[in-house]
Ligand binder design. Structure first.
Ligand SMILES: Cc1ncc(COP(=O)(O)O)c(C=O)c1O
Length: 343
């Protein structure tokens, strides 16, 4: 990433893998951190990150979290609403702020929808408002959508960002910070543009739109840690709903509530290895162990698994280092949260 985007300050999106060993390895490698809550602030501080290398990127923060983070030395916050600016001005007076903008249609496999961000007109209003409140309005941020497989899929978002940037400058706002968020893809068993050429293309797209280039931040999550994790799971049951059914149901000891939340809408498609690989395969619905009917991983697009697969067989779910362990429920149906082993 650094080779392709040398001028970009990398703020690891801690939410993707809030694990002490990962934070301390990245801190030692000189990374900065995008945090979403005081919990993540404390995790980073305990593992070698310094407050001047953290940005508080969640646009929904409690007044108390803002106050505590500011008191600890964090001075860069995201906002997308007037009330949030007032909270920041009150609890972190004079802090630096970037406004998160909404990105419309996205080609990302895990789109971040319209929950965070505001329209360009609202962003311009917030720049005025923040300035009036004594905040340092530094720039804008956006998120192109998670798992954006191809750098050219950023073009729409970058166009929107540069158009807002120019409008803000023309209205007298002295912006100097562009936060391009996350979105860098993992492989998930399919061919993708390798990360360095991906970032080089992104760098070129940025240069075409921003001159002079502002200070740049990126917040990679998935693209940085997905391939650092592997889930070891077990088949609990292989069944058919009718003897005439061609497809089988394969139930694992892990499901949507115990680490595989991103299979929602079958958005993220993990590669699965089994101890029976090499044997003839057939289509399967893949499901988790809980009694909840939402706990089905792949059904619309079934997965081909060995015909000999049986209860007790081990399966490996690849590239599961991002958004897994921290996404697992505590004891739903009595299943424990995903256990982490650091190698
Ligand atoms: C504010 C923010 N930054 C960065 C990320 C990381 O995104 P990704 O994992 O797609 O790189 C997220 C993910 O939700 C986010 O909410």
């Amino acid at each position: 990433m650094r080779a392709g985007l040398p001028a970009v300050d990398m703020h690891f999106a801690v939410k993707a893998c809030p694990v002490p060993e990962v934070i301390s390895a990245l801190a030692a490698a000189g990374a900065s951190f995008d945090v979403a809550s005081m919990g993540e602030v404390l995790l980073c501080l305990a593992n070698g990150a310094t407050p001047n290398r953290m940005s508080f990127g969640n646009v929904v923060k409690s007044a108390q979290d803002i106050r505590m983070a500011y008191a600890l030395g964090i001075s860069l916050f995201a906002a997308d609403a007037e009330e949030e600016l007032s909270k920041i001005a009150c609890n972190a007076p004079g802090a630096s702020v970037y406004i998160r903008m909404l990105i419309g249609d996205t080609e990302a496999e895990w789109p971040l929808s319209d929950k965070s961000g505001c329209t360009p007109a609202m962003a311009l209003h917030l720049f005025d408002k923040g300035r009036a409140l004594g905040l340092r309005m530094r720039g804008i941020s956006f998120h192109v959508g998670s798992q954006t497989r191809n750098p050219d899929m950023w073009i729409g978002a970058l166009d929107q960002a540069s158009s807002l940037w120019k409008r803000a400058l023309s209205q007298g706002h002295q912006l100097d910070l562009l936060n391009i968020g996350g979105g860098f893809p993992a492989r998930y068993g399919r061919p993708i543009t390798e990360i360095t050429p991906y970032c080089e293309r992104l760098c070129a797209l940025l240069s075409e739109r921003f001159d002079p280039m502002p200070k740049l931040i990126a917040e990679p999550g998935r693209g940085l840690v997905a391939d650092a994790g592997l889930i070891v799971a077990e088949v609990l049951l292989v069944s058919r709903k009718d003897e005439a059914d061609e497809h089988r149901w394969v139930f694992l000891n892990i499901g949507k509530f115990s680490g595989l939340a991103e299979t929602m809408e079958e958005a993220i498609r993990y590669s699965i290895l089994t101890t029976k690989d090499g044997a003839p395969t057939g289509p399967c619905v893949l499901a988790g162990p809980s009694c909840d009917s939402a706990d089905v991983l792949y059904q619309k697009n079934m997965i081909d698994l060995p015909l000999t697969l049986a209860a007790g067989d081990r399966v490996l779910i690849e590239e599961t280092g991002a958004y897994t362990a921290s996404y697992s429920s505590v004891g739903f149906n009595g299943f424990p949260p995903l256990k982490k082993v650091i190698v």
